[in-house]
Design a protein around this ligand. Structure first.
Ligand SMILES: NC(=O)c1ccc[n+]([C@@H]2O[C@H](COP(=O)([O-])OP(=O)(O)OC[C@H]3O[C@@H](n4cnc5c(N)ncnc54)[C@H](O)[C@@H]3O)[C@@H](O)[C@H]2O)c1
Length: 360
């Protein structure tokens, strides 16, 4: 069988995509595209990618089976649609787009082309998440009626003044950047209930003062910070379930904490990643605990899992390749990314209006 030929656009987090394809025996990365020539040449050399492009239109003339779209959020919709129109299957980074309106165009383009469009919700592919999902699907938790989840940092503003902190390019701050991961994971564990209504607040306290910067890059003082640095909210689902959500790039808390706690009629569980140093994955510890009541006693079980420092990013790419080979639908289809965008749109709308809003 010929190998799946992949192209990658964007050599930031795109490196994880290259590693993911290269760790799959039936895939290879034949081309890399980035507008930054230095980063492009360096990354291509590091990973042995032969063909390099600064213009993705030229890359798409190649005979590729698929493309990973790993560029700033504003470019997800136009580049994904360009790839699909050129006949390539696409694995798009999260969030699907800046808004649900953009995301819908992407989902429609994939349907029109009859091609696969998967969203990189890599947290679903973490080994702890896979185990937890297995328990949930086996009914171990009963009905999961409540959850709280979040991704909160103390000093973790990414790239001050870069696209990350520019609303027009990013679409928002930690809500669209970080919360998207744990909200997706939590809803997936709950069986993807239908979101109905939400109430949210956003704050921008430290970002505008150029404080609480994360350990990445050099701040661009000529850039701007016009997104939130904290967002909190509550989502209620059609069958009565509730999720409490919090996210921050900057807040006066002890340390960076990534978590999802689910409460079911039979049992509960917490999956978490606790950082020693904000933003440094190597300093983080992942744990999974399950809580039950047995013979009248509270029982806590620690589930031992082989840690995945890549947070499921490589496994997600390998799953994408498997789906292209088998023809099966990915476990994180773009339609799940679109539903997420409808929730995030509604949360930003709620924060702006100061009242609960319906999720359309
Ligand atoms: N799944 C995850 O864990 C995860 C982690 C980080 C970022 N992301 C997502 O990945 C995307 C990229 O984030 P990042 O951290 O890599 O950003 P980044 O700024 O570090 O890297 C983006 C790269 O894209 C390149 N680029 C920009 N415009 C381009 C274009 N038109 N054509 C080709 N290349 C172009 C830039 O030169 C840069 O090298 C974002 O959507 C972000 O939300 C996901």
């Amino acid at each position: 069988m010929a190998k799946i030929k992949a192209g990658v656009i964007g050599a930031g987090i795109g490196k994880y995509h290259i590693e993911g394809y290269q760790s799959h025996g039936d895939a290879e990365v034949v081309a890399l595209c980035d507008i930054n020539e230095e980063v492009l040449a360096e990354t291509a050399r590091e990973y042995g990618v032969e063909r390099t492009f600064t213009d993705c239109e030229e890359m798409l003339a190649l005979d590729l089976d698929c493309v990973s779209v790993c560029v700033p959020n504003k470019l997800h919709a136009p580049l994904t649609i360009e790839c699909l129109t050129a006949g390539k299957n696409v694995l798009c980074e999260k969030p699907l787009a800046r808004t649900a309106r953009e995301g819908k165009k992407m989902v429609d383009a994939a349907a029109d082309a009859g091609l696969t469009l998967m969203i990189q919700f890599n947290n679903r592919f973490r080994p702890e998440a896979q185990i937890l999902k297995g328990y949930a699907d086996d009914g171990a938790f009963g009905d999961i009626y409540f959850a709280r989840c979040g991704w909160i940092r103390r000093n973790g503003i990414p790239g001050w003044g870069s696209w990350f902190t520019t609303a027009e390019v990013a679409g928002g701050g930690p809500l669209i950047d970080l919360a998207v991961h744990m909200l997706d994971l939590t809803m997936w564990l709950m069986g993807n209930p239908e979101p109905e209504i939400c109430m949210a607040s956003t704050y921008s306290v430290f970002g505008p003062k150029m404080e609480a910067l994360g350990p990445w890059g050099t701040p661009n003082r000529r850039g701007r910070f016009d997104v939130e640095d904290m967002a909190v909210g509550m989502i209620r689902f059609a069958d009565g379930q509730t999720i409490l959500l919090e996210s921050s790039w900057a807040s006066r808390i002890k340390r960076e904490w990534v978590y999802s706690t689910i409460c079911g009629t039979e049992a509960g569980a917490t999956l978490e990643r606790v950082f020693a140093v904000d933003g440094i994955d190597d300093s983080a510890v992942d744990t999974l605990e399950v809580y039950t009541q047995e013979q009248g006693e509270a029982v806590d079980r620690v589930v031992k899992v082989e840690p995945d420092p890549a947070m499921g990013r490589h496994a997600a790419v390998r799953h994408f390749v498997d789906c292209l080979i088998s023809g099966e639908e990915p476990i994180s289809p773009a339609t799940d990314g679109l539903r997420m965008m409808k929730i995030l749109d509604a949360m930003y709308r709620s924060a702006e209006r100061g009242k609960a809003v319906t999720i359309k």
